[in-house]
Design a protein around this ligand. Structure first.
Ligand SMILES: [Zn+2]
Length: 340
C-alpha cells in the first residue's frame, strides 16, 4: 500500500510518500480502507520527534473509511461498512481498561503516536475501536471528529465537571479543540468566551455559537474577560496553547475556578504563582484524550447533528508535506484532512 512514512525526525521534508507492506491483519481485527485521515498538532510533534516513537513510522490519528475485511473472530461488522476509528490504543484487559478508563491504561497511546497511524491506505485495528458512522457525515467530516471532540468532552465534562449556566473561556476558536469546546460548552448552556486572531476567524467563532470573541492580537485576554464578566472571571478555562496564553488564562479565572489543559502548542514550560493558586483556590487540571464511553457519548451528539465538525481543507495523501506546511502557518479554521 501507499503510506506517508518518516524515517527520521525533522521538518516537513522528512515526510515520504512510498510503498510499504500491507498491515498484518489478525483474526480478531478489522481491516479498514482509509478514506480520510485528519491532522492534529500531534502529527507535527511526532514528525519533529517524540520519545518512544520507533522509526520508520506512519503518522495520523483521526481515521474514517470503509471496512475492507472482517477477521474470523469478529462479529457485528460487514465489508463495505462506513466507519471511523477511536483514535487510541489500549490493552483492553487491565483494571483501568476494564473500568472504562482506557486513557489511564499503561499501554495507552494515541493512534499515530507510539503505534502506526492512518496516513496510509489500509489499517488493521481491534474491533473495539471501530464505530459505524451515519450517512449524514462524509468521510472528511467523520475523520475531523474523534480526537478533538473526545478531548474537549473529557476536558469539560470528565475533568472540569461543567454545569449549565457557567462561563467558559475557550482558547483558540480556530483550533480543533477550540471548535469542539465552544460547541460542547454551548450544548451545556454555558456562556462562552473565546479568542481568535483575525476578523474571518472571529466571524466563524460567532457562527459556532461563541457569545464573546476576544482578538488576542489586539486585546489582553484577562482584561477583556474582566470586562465581559463584570470583573468576576470565568468558571472554566479550556487551555491547549501553553506559554503564549497561560498567564492570561490563569488570570481569567474567578475564585475557585478551574483551568483544564490538554496541550502545549506553543511550548511545554509555564510559570505558576503559587500565591495566586492558593489564595484564589484555583484548580489546575490535566486532561489527556478520553475514555471509550466518553467517545461514544460525544459521538451520539455529533451523529444527530447537534455538534458539528468543521473541515478547513483537504489534501491528497501524496501532498502531506504541503498539508504540514499549511498547518504550521496556523491559517486554518477547522481540520486539515488527508485523502489516500
Ligand atoms: Zn489497559
Amino acid at each position: 500500500m501507499k503510506a506517508i512514512c518518516i524515517h527520521e525526525f525533522g521538518g516537513p521534508e522528512v515526510l515520504r510518500y512510498e510503498d510499504v507492506a500491507d498491515p498484518q491483519f489478525r483474526k480478531d481485527q478489522v481491516l479498514v480502507r482509509v478514506k480520510a485521515c485528519a491532522m492534529n498538532h500531534l502529527d507535527i510533534w511526532v514528525r519533529k520527534g517524540l520519545p518512544g516513537v520507533k522509526l520508520p513510522h506512519i503518522l495520523g490519528s483521526d481515521i474514517a473509511g470503509e471496512i475492507a475485511e472482517v477477521g474470523e473472530y469478529v462479529t457485528g461488522f460487514k465489508v463495505g461498512q462506513r466507519v471511523l476509528l477511536a483514535p487510541m490504543h489500549f490493552c483492553n484487559r487491565c483494571a483501568k481498561c476494564s473500568a472504562g478508563l482506557q486513557n489511564q491504561c499503561r499501554e495507552f497511546t494515541v493512534l499515530g503516536n507510539l503505534v502506526d497511524g492512518g496516513n496510509c491506505e489500509l489499517i488493521a485495528t481491534p474491533a473495539v475501536n471501530v464505530i459505524p458512522i451515519p450517512d449524514s457525515l462524509d468521510f472528511n467530516q467523520a475523520a475531523s471528529v474523534p480526537l478533538v471532540f473526545l478531548t474537549a468532552w473529557h476536558m469539560l465534562v470528565g475533568r472540569a465537571g461543567v454545569c449549565p449556566g457557567q462561563t467558559v473561556l475557550v482558547l483558540g476558536a480556530n483550533s480543533g479543540v477550540g471548535i469542539a469546546g465552544i460547541q460542547i460548552a454551548k450544548f451545556f448552556n454555558c456562556r462562552v468566551i473565546t479568542t481568535a486572531g483575525d476578523d474571518r476567524k472571529i466571524a466563524k467563532a460567532r457562527e459556532l455559537g461563541a457569545d464573546h470573541i476576544i482578538n488576542h492580537y489586539k486585546q489582553k485576554i484577562s482584561e477583556e474577560v474582566r470586562n465581559i464578566t463584570n470583573k468576576e472571571g470565568v468558571d472554566i478555562v479550556l487551555e491547549h496553547v501553553g506559554p503564549a496564553t497561560w498567564e492570561e488564562s490563569v488570570k481569567s479565572l474567578k475564585p475557585a475556578g478551574t483551568l483544564v489543559t490538554c496541550g502545549a502548542t506553543t511550548g511545554p514550560q509555564v510559570g505558576i504563582d503559587l500565591r495566586f493558586v492558593y489564595s484564589r483556590q484555583l484548580s489546575l487540571l490535566g486532561s489527556y484524550m478520553g475514555t471509550m464511553g466518553e467517545l461514544h457519548e460525544v459521538l451520539k451528539h455529533v451523529f444527530n447533528g447537534t455538534l458539528k465538525p468543521v473541515v478547513d481543507k483537504t489534501f491528497p495523501l501524496a501532498e502531506t508535506r504541503q498539508a504540514h506546511e499549511y498547518m504550521e502557518k496556523s491559517q486554518m479554521f477547522g481540520k486539515i484532512v488527508l485523502n489516500p
